[in-house]
Ligand binder design. Structure first.
Ligand SMILES: NC(=O)c1ccc[n+]([C@@H]2O[C@H](COP(=O)([O-])OP(=O)(O)OC[C@H]3O[C@@H](n4cnc5c(N)ncnc54)[C@H](OP(=O)(O)O)[C@@H]3O)[C@@H](O)[C@H]2O)c1
Length: 282
């Protein structure tokens, strides 16, 4: 299969979309601590994933920007990132074959993989007493297929590229895994499952020099939460934190960048709370 397509092309199954027009720039002053790692970030077209891609590129890494349908946004980001060698890859994470082609395409384009950030996710409301049985099934299937099984499949595929050179896997979980998600029960369950997956694979992959960690943010200002934050509950949500605000994507990205660093190997298996002291556990 030819993985290379024109810049606007976007076909059905996961693949490498393109490598841009060769105008990626090494912007002097922006590349501190150049590392040149090959990094795949899922769901990097917007929100937290976009900030994560920017953080890695700003550190001198090459990023495969994954998206599902926001191909134009992903391509714009690729062209804006500092440094060279960034690519755009596409796949619906609920499609296992698309995932395999996408991960292999990213590794081929970047010359292997050093870091995987499993960030893509969905968050759909399905309050139990107001949701039909059919819709309940639909929300659970979509959420688990994307947030949990999709992430597990990305890891399975990426592990084949990481096993001989070691590396880092960082999963983007959620505070909801601990605190509960009364209107988004499948989401909370998917993130609790992702936490357990993180712990299991931290043990399984340590002998290969692969550290596996997770971050568990509370509310972050992104498309996913814009309706809630802009609505009648916005102030109440901000007041959950004694800082009286929600997180910025860059604050999550900073933690992901550190967890992916060589210094963070001993953190393998950890789940880092990033919630502005809005939910404390010990
Ligand atoms: N925002 C928060 O308050 C918050 C809090 C805790 C945890 N999180 C977690 O952080 C991660 C990112 O959240 P966000 O707020 O940045 O979300 P967002 O702005 O809604 O972006 C979601 C990203 O995931 C991709 N995506 C969604 N469904 C997909 C699928 N089936 N296959 C492939 N890609 C898919 C989207 O791609 P397209 O653009 O192509 O659709 C997009 O890049 C998620 O895992 C979320 O659960 C978010």
């Amino acid at each position: 299969m030819n993985l290379w397509h024109g810049s606007a092309a976007c076909r059905g199954h996961g693949f490498l979309i393109d490598k841009g027009c060769g105008d990626s720039r090494a912007r002097s002053g922006m590349m501190t601590g150049v590392t040149g790692r090959a990094v795949l970030v899922t769901g990097a077209s917007r929100g937290i994933g976009r900030a994560v891609a920017e953080a890695f590129a700003g550190s001198g890494d090459r990023v495969a920007i994954h998206c599902r349908e926001s191909v134009a946004a992903a391509q714009r980001l690729r062209d804006e990132l500092p440094g060279e060698g960034h690519v755009v890859v596409q796949a619906d994470l609920a499609d296992p074959e698309a995932v395999r082609t996408m991960v292999d395409g990213a590794a081929e384009a970047l010359g292997g993989l050093d870091v995987l950030v499993n960030n893509a996710g969905v968050y759909t409301a399905h309050p139990i007493l107001d949701t039909s049985y059919e819709d309940w099934q639909r929300h659970w299937r979509l959420t688990l297929d994307t947030n949990l099984v999709g992430a597990a499949n990305v890891i399975w595929c990426a592990a084949r590229h990481l096993r001989d050179r070691g590396g880092r896997i960082v999963n983007v979980s959620s505070r909801g895994a601990f605190r509960g998600e009364p209107r988004h029960a499948a989401y909370g369950a998917s993130k609790a499952g992702l936490n357990s997956l993180t712990q299991s694979l931290a043990v399984a992959l340590a002998p290969y020099g692969i550290a596996v960690t997770a971050v568990a943010p509370g509310f972050v200002e992104t498309d996913m939460t814009s309706e809630q934050l802009g609505g009648v509950r916005g102030d109440e949500i901000r007041a959950q934190s004694p800082f009286n605000r929600v997180a910025r994507s860059e604050e999550i990205a900073a933690a992901v960048l550190w967890l992916a660093s060589p210094e963070a190997e001993w953190s393998s298996g950890t789940i880092v709370d990033l919630n502005g002291a809005s939910y404390l556990r010990s």
